[in-house]
Design a binder for this molecule. Structure first.
Ligand SMILES: [Zn+2]
Ligand SMILES: [Zn+2]
Length: 296
């Protein structure tokens, strides 16, 4: 029996490479050293630059990086990812495993245990470690502004040629509060004879809540700005948003106490002529009485 030994010609002519650092034979070199030596030279977690300081608002308990509201976890992930990208030029995934919070007046510190995975020059690297999070307490911009009665604009909710009904105002209030973002606030709410005035934290907030109210209750809104003053060489404007809920139409059915009435004729500036749907009796609803009815 003859045994034929096959020789791979490619294998034969190849130079054997050595890692200059550990002397091990290897086929592939990364940055002129073997894979193990290459990974041993990389340290993903742990550097002064990764440690971060967050402000904690004494009033609302929110965490802030600079002026931006954040969570401890998001801030940790962001800080670590940025530092790894800066150092190695690669993105990574950061998983925060544990947040050991020690927010006490004495220490104001927490450490975050995390696991970082990345791929550098084709080598998968995973590392588990800890970084330090420091806290300093203060009052955030939002709480500060609420306390000082700040507002950037007014949303005025009115109705076209009638008064908004109590029901509509209650609904509008609910809609407005559900449309507020994290940094929005309402400094004051004033119930007016003609409707509701809301003093809002920003122009964007005013615009958003006006839009949402109109989307849900109908009508339209317009905005106008007025020069209010100057601060640090810049003009400060206050914006008014005028939300107009739709007026009654001929045929609109209303409930007034225990009566059910239907709109017959609109008399501009005065009120609406209605008819009781049961007794067919004519009812005149003055403009200021429109507040108490319910639209069916
Ligand atoms: Zn090596
Ligand atoms: Zn706050």
């Amino acid at each position: 029996m003859v045994t034929v030994k096959r020789v791979d010609r490619k294998e034969q002519g190849k130079w054997t490479k050595f890692c200059p650092r550990c002397g091990k034979t290897t086929d592939v070199l990364f940055d002129s050293v073997c894979k193990e030596c290459f990974t041993a030279g990389i340290k993903l977690i742990g550097s002064e630059r990764m440690n971060l300081t967050l402000s904690v608002c004494k009033n609302c308990g929110g965490y802030f990086k600079g002026k931006e509201r954040t969570s401890i976890k998001d801030a940790v992930v962001d800080s670590v990812s940025k530092e790894i990208r800066r150092r190695y030029g690669y993105g990574c995934t950061v998983e925060v495993k544990e947040l050991e919070e020690g927010i006490t007046a004495k220490e104001n510190k927490a450490s975050a245990v995390l696991c970082v995975r990345t791929e550098i020059k084709g080598v998968d690297i995973e590392e588990t470690g800890k970084i330090e999070v420091n806290f300093k307490s203060g009052i955030c911009e939002r709480c500060n502004r609420i306390a000082s009665g700040y507002y950037a604009g007014i949303v005025q909710i009115r109705a076209d040629d009638r008064l908004p009904t109590d029901d509509e105002i209650a609904m509008a209030e609910k809609i407005v509060h559900s449309a507020l973002g994290e940094s929005d606030f309402i400094t004051k709410e004033i119930a007016m004879k003609e409707g509701l005035d809301l003093y809002v934290s920003s122009m964007e907030c005013g615009r958003r809540i006006s839009r949402v109210v109109v989307e849900r209750l109908g009508g339209s809104f317009s905005e106008s700005s007025k020069l209010y003053g100057r601060k640090d060489g810049r003009d400060i404007y206050r914006v008014s948003f005028s939300v107009r809920l739709p007026g009654f139409k001929v045929g609109t059915v209303l409930e007034m106490g225990d009566k059910v009435i239907s709109v017959e004729r609109l008399i501009k500036g005065k009120g609406v002529e209605c008819v009781d749907v049961n007794s067919h009796e004519r009812v005149f609803l003055r403009k200021k009485e429109t507040k108490k009815v319910k639209v069916r």
